[in-house]
Ligand binder design. Sequence first.
Ligand code: 2AM
Ligand code: CA
Length: 256
Amino acid sequence: MELLQGMEELAREGGRIMLSAHHISAREKTGDADLVTEYDLAVQETIRTGLARLLPDARFVGEESKDNRSPSEGKCFVVDPIDGTTNFIKNYRHSAVSIAYLENGQVERGVVYDPYQNEMFCAKRGKGAFVNQTQIFCSQVPLSHGVIGIGTCPYYVDLRTKTLAAAAQLIKQCQDLRRGGSAALDLCYTAAGRLDGFFELQLSPWDYAAGSLIVTEAGGVITNLEGNFPGFDVPSPIVAGNPLSVPSLLKLLASM
Ligand code: 2AM
Ligand code: CA
């Protein structure tokens, strides 16, 4: 079986677990906004076991794992079992399973599955990005006419304040803002032209690894605040969009 197909099947399996959830109770990991549920753990375990069968010599880095080493050496899966956990707990129905496959720090395949919309976003490096078999492309809309997704870093008070200050400037320079609550889906929506850009001032590699390939394969750009590729070893600010919107977003964020 082609690896991407196996990753998609495991993402669907994770999605089925998410849809089966009733009476979700969360516990805090590090702070008020950093939550984990029994479902995050169950989805991760299903995916971890399945990936080990698909590619036994690849390592596994997951949001809910304790022993996360650098994903940038050799073959490694980087997994967020449920991206958008707060949405999941609130039954907001906008969360996704995210699975990336990296070789030596480069994402080779990425899958983001939204079980509520039954949308499977995927990309294989050099082969384009797709949602449910339809190829997707970033928009060509500049910031001035763009709808921009933001992530508000609810888990870092300082960054939350800075994000809202940036948003107050940004909304004067674009058409409108959105705050979806799943960075993985924000990146896929950017790849599909549903958003014209996106930023969040701190994300973890499992939030953006799969989405980063989906954005670039859709003709988009993903950078840190310096305009460089963010890498996957440490958390990073993430700016994404089309080649017109990203420079304007970077300029605005640099002025804050
Ligand atoms: P999660 O739902 O998997 O935790 C929301 O602003 C986005 O930030 C979501 O993609 C969310 O992923 C992510 N996020 C939540 N807590 C985080 C943390 N402590 N560090 C980095 N990203 C986080
Ligand atoms: Ca998560």
